[in-house]
Design a protein around this ligand. Structure first.
Ligand SMILES: [Zn+2]
Length: 215
């Protein structure tokens, strides 16, 4: 786990990178990182270009704001708190409104195993969480349910959530989900893609687990 000053800087860098790469726009999306005693989250309504480490908000494990912060936490702080509480294996959470994945989420479609890299999210599909209003406990509940056994999900009529043991892993998975969504949409637009069978996806997922344990 990174020390807090280092984690604040990494979080700012991640928010800037999400905008630079087009995964987020304006003040959409948010990021959190687990630290000793709680988590750091991106603030509400601060464009990434204006973000500095002091704008990052510190929350306790229960979501209470810690110390004096000059910004309010992201409106989706509850999802970050709940995911980190439910998943001890997770060290960082990345939420985006990336275009291709959000387009699928607006159709309320999950991403099936049209490409073996779907297994990077831990299963044979990347599920789509049921819709609820942003910032509500219901949305957090729906996201947690969709994440069961997965490291990423779409969020109906909203966007994407990706998690990982650290921020770099969660960021990489958010990029991956966007690429898989684009591939799926193009494949569907051109015909009927072949979905890999569950047995093959179990082999893929266990191969990824082996690969990670060796690297
Ligand atoms: Zn959002």
């Amino acid at each position: 786990m990174k020390l807090e000053p280092e984690a604040r800087m990494a979080l700012v860098t991640a928010m800037v990178e999400l905008e630079r790469t087009g995964l987020n726009h304006g003040t959409s999306g948010n990021v959190s990182v687990r630290v000793d005693g709680g988590l750091l989250v991106s603030p509400s309504a601060v464009p990434p270009a204006q973000l500095s480490p002091v704008d990052v908000v510190a929350l306790g494990d229960d979501g209470a704001v810690l110390g004096s912060n000059r910004q309010r936490p992201t409106s989706e702080w509850r999802i970050h708190v709940d995911v980190l509480a439910a998943r001890p294996d997770v060290g960082a959470v990345v939420h985006t409104h990336s275009t291709e994945a959000t387009a699928l989420a607006c159709l309320r479609r999950r991403i099936p195993a049209v490409h073996y890299e779907v297994g990077l999210a831990g299963g044979a599909t990347i599920p789509c969480a049921d819709y609820a209003t942003f910032g509500t406990p219901e949305l957090s509940t729906n996201v947690l349910a969709a994440l069961d056994g997965h490291d990423a999900c779409l969020m109906a009529n909203h966007g994407v959530l990706a998690v990982g043991p650290d921020l770099a892993a969660a960021m990489a998975l958010a990029v991956e989900v966007e690429w898989l969504a684009a591939v799926y949409r193009r494949a569907v637009a051109s015909g009927e893609p072949v979905v890999l069978p569950d047995g093959e996806m179990r082999r893929v997922v266990s191969a990824y687990v082996d690969y990670r344990s060796r690297s």
